[in-house]
Design a protein around this ligand. Structure first.
Ligand code: LLP
Length: 418
């Protein structure tokens, strides 16, 4: 069950017709369902309730303040990858004690900021990073809590751009170097070893890669603890996929059952970092049909949302359902649904079977809540899309549509050009 459904001919977001929202707020428009977000977050919280755990939502999936605030209010933590994400998470009221910090390129400035905030732990991705955190912590006269992010060399069977736990990927410390790096960490005065972390990729639709990776991590965990390490946190990362087309990913509860069986009676606090599976299907992107054009042997539906608003189709060849906001009985055609950007790679769908649309009609791009607005840009000087949250019959703007002034507000012209 989800909260974007047709009632009669009209697509609804919870209890509101999407068409009315599009008319009121304009397009392109991201719409999120409060109830879906909450349900997805709780599904994780519920699934792991037999263990001490923290659900650290992966902020990068959708950084909007209202989304972060909703999760904060329900006890959520955050998985961050930059100082900017730390700022956003704390600004939304997420306790630093529930924040984990990954990423292969943390700067000194970011490390300082996170140490000052007092985060739960750094997920360290290299030996040099470990030494740098120790140096900064020593300078600040504090101890830095860390986990090592271990690359277990597991194929997550997903798109190569979003696989992260194979030896060819830049992420984490190779599992065969783990013990040596933990030893090094234990010898550093301003480092406190508290955890172990892995994250093997995104949009994973099977249980087995998660299970295989965890098995490898648990062998390491037991070995570490038998060598007098005191690993308190086991961070299993994120990566659970969602249905975009006809994928049948396991539910969080099914994944949890499999993982908890492996973890068994180990005394550990579990940390998980879901992003997409919380926000992905809680959001849609509504766009208006501008023009219809017949090319040579091709139909084009030209809409007002482009690759700058939703980059996933262009970047990963990702599939998103695209459906009419008001259903019709017209014949199906095959068309490329394209945006206004001056790039041939600017498409939302290619050779898509879709019921014929008329100029001015709205389409809804489904499953757009994750890595949609957060990866958007102002390319072609297009202002950022607006975002609305729907809760029952209530609708609230959570990001005003960008303006032309916004586009130039940070830019300066050298005095000799004035
Ligand atoms: N933890 C870490 C360390 C990560 O790097 C990521 C995602 C997550 C958690 C959350 O993964 P999720 O649960 O959302 O799968 N832009 C791509 C996805 C990139 C994922 C990057 N890392 C896309 O649109 O498919």
């Amino acid at each position: 069950m989800h909260f974007f459904n047709y009632k009669g001919n009209e697509l609804y977001a919870e209890d509101l017709p999407v068409r009315l929202l599009a008319e009121k707020y304009g397009t392109p428009l991201y719409i999120y369902s409060y109830k879906t977000l909450l349900r997805h977050f709780r599904a994780y919280d519920e699934a792991y309730k037999s263990y001490p755990h923290v659900v650290c939502y992966a902020v990068k999936a959708n950084t909007s303040r209202a989304v972060l605030r909703l999760l904060a209010k329900n006890g959520g933590g955050a998985d961050i990858v930059s100082g900017g994400e730390l700022f956003r998470a704390m600004n939304a009221g997420i306790s630093p004690k529930k924040i984990v910090y990954a990423g292969v390129g943390k700067t000194e400035h970011e490390i300082r900021y996170a140490l000052k905030a007092g985060i739960m732990m750094f997920n360290v991705e290299s030996e040099q990073e470990l030494l740098e955190i120790d140096r900064v912590a020593s300078d600040m006269k504090v101890r830095a809590p860390i986990a090592l992010r271990i690359n277990p060399n597991i194929d997550p069977k997903t798109h190569p751009y979003i696989s992260t736990g194979m030896k060819k990927n830049k992420f984490g410390i190779p599992i065969q170097n783990a013990i040596e790096n933990y030893r090094l960490a234990a010898g550093l005065k301003n480092i406190e070893v508290v955890g172990i972390h892995k994250h093997i990729g995104s949009q994973i639709t099977e249980v087995s890669p998660f299970v295989d990776a965890l098995k490898r991590i648990l062998v390491l965990l037991d070995e570490l603890n038998s060598r007098q390490f005191n690993i308190r946190y086991l961070d299993i990362g994120g990566g659970l996929g969602i249905p975009y087309l006809d994928e049948k990913p396991p539910r969080p509860s099914e994944l949890a059952r499999n993982l908890l069986t492996l973890i068994n009676k180990r005394k550990i606090t579990l940390v998980m970092e879901p992003g997409r599976s919380i926000v992905g299907n809680a959001g849609i992107l509504v766009t208006k049909t501008l023009y219809l054009k017949k090319g040579t042997g091709k139909n084009f539906i030209i809409v007002d949302a482009g690759m700058n608003d939703l980059m996933r189709p262009s970047l990963y060849d990702a599939y998103h359902h695209i459906i009419p906001v008001v259903k019709n009985r017209r014949a199906y055609i095959k068309a490329d649904i394209v945006g206004p950007i001056c790039e041939s790679g600017d498409f939302l769908a290619k050779d898509r079977k879709i019921q014929n649309v008329n100029q001015g009609e709205y389409l809804s791009v489904m499953s757009a809540g994750a890595y949609g607005i957060s990866m958007s840009s102002n390319y072609n000087s297009r202002p950022t899309a607006a975002e609305v949250m729907v809760n029952g019959k209530r609708h609230s703007i959570i990001r005003e549509r960008g303006t032309y002034e916004d586009l130039i507000k940070d830019e300066r012209v050298p005095s000799y050009l004035r």
